[in-house]
Design a protein around this ligand. Sequence first.
Ligand SMILES: [Zn+2]
Length: 478
Amino acid sequence: MYETAIGMEVHLELCTRSKVFCGCSTNYGGAPNSQACPVCLGLPGSLPVLNKRAVEFAIKASLALNCEVAPETKFDRKNYFYPDLVKGYQISQYDKPIGRNGYIEFEVEGVTRRVGIRRVHLEEDTGKSFHDVAAERTYLDFNRSGVPLIEIVTEPDIRSSAEAKSYLEALREIMEYIEVSDCRIEEGSMRCEANISIRPTGSSDYGILNEIKNIGSLRGVQRALEYEIKRQTELVSSGGIVLRQTRRWNESELKTEVMRTKEEAHDYRYFPEPDLVQLVIDNSWLNKCRSEIPELPRARRERYVRELGITPYDAEELVADRALAQYFEGVARLGTEPKLAANWLLSDLRRELNQASLAIEQVKLREAGFSELMVLVSSGAIGSKTAKDILGELVHSGVSPAAYVKEKGLAQLSDTSEIEKFVEQAIADSPKIVADYRVGKERALTALVGVVMKLSRGKAKPELVNDLLTQKLNKGRL
Ligand SMILES: [Zn+2]
């Protein structure tokens, strides 16, 4: 039997407005080379100036991952040649990363897993090469050159492909919550690499590491690791030896293939970046960053279940969408019963949003209005069917639900004498259903309630209708 040890390396582009060492915009999708200057083009004599906000984002990411934050740190040059790396080196952090020795916790099939975070460091992104624009030519776009990145490296604590996927989901959720990266794998703002080795179960030595690059989706990560675990296990079981390799995930053929075989480790000749001074992170700066970190998703889910009585499933659904969770909190703060609000938000409101392709932030019905609607429903002022019917209108118009109900005359009828008229009419109009009821067909009563509701245009209070119908029908029997 073999067990798997997986470590993940994730690069995240930070969502600062300007690049890490110059003032160029970081906007995605600009015309090629429209967002570049002498600094990020690496022209001789240009000097980097550190973006304070990028450092703060790296500090926040480190804190949210339970890391120790270095009180003193520095930047280093990582030297290598690549056409999209114009300077011939990348400014990164070598021996003094901003964050180290952290951990992240998440659930996999109901079990809490803890994965160690070895380091979080800040560096600059490279430009981008395009090989497929024209035959026999490569085009270079430097808009991405100098965009701030953090690299998050785990310990080899991950034991399966499913765990790797859960780790990435948990990481992405945290980073979105603290608003340091939008974590879009498709746009390249989140990039994943995995190191994987297998060893006989119970052994304390790690096997030969293989690196897997070029994984473009969360599903790809899981599939690539599944493939690799199988490949290595079969190889070792049949007496073969795993070579130390860097492999790439081929998404169309669903397999990993060799990129290069590592004879020895890369020598990047790291040395301290002479154009940047040492970076000191004092306590007041650290505390400021700490104070800006909101309640993290895991803590929030637990609080919803513990304090607000929400089911774990609903808590999961609400917290997965930060903006929806904020909206929910606003509604609950206004005194609406949290369970009722959660039900409505996750079913009816979400359906309206999907139909209209709206994000919750764009909805005109804000927390106070939604809360008002919930009061109308829970007090019985309007039936829940009426509430569902008018929700779409409220979402788009933003009018007060109470005013809308009054204007349209939608308030629920709870006046017995008025409902009685509908009940009598329903009985008179539906001799067949009444006959069914008299021979004991239980479903006939539901059908008659339906007739009354229709006659009252949905406004009769269903419980009253039910009571009155039963009374009238049984009276005739005596
Ligand atoms: Zn620039």
